[in-house]
Design a protein around this ligand. Structure first.
Ligand SMILES: *Cc1c(COP(=O)(O)O)cnc(C)c1O
Length: 389
């Protein structure tokens, strides 16, 4: 890949401070690179941020892994159906398939872009066992309705909180409303560890199962095997995976977490600036927040409808890139991808709201690292592109 030009504003570029650099250096100097005390501290502090006991958090090496092991810990069996949204990253659906279950899609509400509870009810069969709501862009799903449906049909809820670290819904924190909450610390997310993830679970037994599944199905991890208490045998209790987080990753995460609220405030400020700056343009901006919710402000998305905006979404993406502003597409709807079409016979038209959003959406830079002049540059380039059409 070519190196970016000096002025290129990289989409989703993380804000990393000197504290992270020092903590990683400490990690390397002590020689404890793998899962150890820093992972334990990161779990504890993340649980505290979420107002839950420390025993209910398990760090893993990605959100994909978090989703996968959560579904196994939820007891899903081959043939079970799991309902999720077509407007998500492929990992949500792939994890369902990895867990041996069958993904079923329920279309989104066109305004909130989150899974529509009425559509979930429509897709329930005698085989449905779980639902995975994705708090899209950081906006909480309609959890009252989703929890009521889950209760009525005895479904497990696994929240995909990859966008939703700071999100709240009626006083409850995202990831603590369902049976499991899965987080991502991938490089573009609101907290980064390079690669990384976290599972929050309702009870300690489930968290222990998640931890065991994430480390080969072994009954003891290395930190507990090679500590100063003498040798301890471990036993393999089931066929697990290699999904544990390293201390090098947690070293970054600890200091990212310490800055999560100030970063959120900065992104909220940028969000408000965008909302004002684009109010008169022929585009659709994000809907206002629902009452009693807190938006995580992970993605700021515009919808570019060619018949209204005078430019196609893809031409808009090209124009932004030509102006050295990195943009994202979150997401082409799941059924646009050949794998799912071939395997499940899905066609995008079956989920018309997700299809339209996926074909019109553009995500603008929304990193806490953006300077005021970066934000002004994004605003003026967007205004210029759209007023030329
Ligand atoms: C990023 C993302 C994931 C996957 O996260 P990883 O940590 O990269 O595995 C899953 N779901 C959604 C909605 C995401 O945005």
């Amino acid at each position: 890949m070519a190196e970016y030009g000096q002025n290129f504003l990289v989409f989703g570029s993380p804000f990393i401070g000197e504290e992270e650099v020092a903590e990683v250096a400490h990690c390397i100097r002590t020689g404890w690179l793998g899962t150890g005390p820093k992972v334990a501290r990161f779990e504890r502090e993340f649980a505290a941020y979420k107002d839950i006991p420390p025993e209910r958090a398990a760090a893993v090496n990605s959100c994909t892994a978090a989703l996968h092991v959560s579904m196994i810990a939820a007891g899903l069996q081959p043939g079970d159906e799991v309902i999720t949204t077509p407007l998500t990253f492929c990992a949500t659906v792939n994890a369902i398939i990895h867990a041996g279950a069958t993904p079923v899609l329920a279309d989104v509400n066109p305004v909130t872009m989150n899974i529509d509870p009425a559509m979930i009810e429509d897709r329930i069969t005698s085989r449905t066992r779980a639902v995975i709501p994705v708090h899209f862009a950081g906006r909480p799903c309609d959890m009252d309705a989703i929890c009521a449906i889950a209760e009525k049909h005895s479904l497990k809820i696994i929240e995909d909180c990859a966008h939703a670290i700071e999100t709240e819904y009626r006083g409850q924190k995202a990831g603590t409303m369902g049976d499991f909450g899965c987080f991502s610390f991938y490089v573009t997310k609101n907290i980064v560890t390079g690669e990384g993830g976290m599972v929050l679970a309702r009870n300690e037994a489930e968290v222990s199962r998640v931890k065991m599944l994430a480390l080969h199905g072994m009954t003891k991890d290395a930190w507990h095997r090679f500590g100063d208490e003498g040798h301890k045998h471990y036993f393999v209790a089931e066929c697990g995976f290699k999904y544990n987080m390293m201390d090098i990753q947690a070293a970054i995460g600890i200091h990212q977490l310490a800055r999560v609220e100030s970063n959120w405030l900065r992104r909220r400020e940028i969000w408000k600036q965008y909302q004002l700056a684009f109010a008169d343009l022929p585009v659709i901006r994000p809907a206002p927040d629902q009452a009693e919710t807190r938006h995580g402000h992970h993605l700021y998305t515009l919808l570019i409808d060619e018949s209204r905006s005078g430019i196609s979404r893809d031409a808009f993406l090209d124009a932004m890139t030509a102006a050295e502003i990195g943009v994202g597409v979150h997401y082409l709807s799941i059924p646009e991808h050949p794998y799912y079409q071939n395997r499940f016979g899905w066609k995008p038209e079956q989920w018309p709201h997700a299809m339209r959003i996926g074909r019109q959406t553009v995500s603008l830079p929304l990193s806490a690292k953006l300077t005021d002049s970066d934000v002004e540059r994004v605003v003026s380039v967007v205004r210029e592109i759209l007023s030329l059409h």
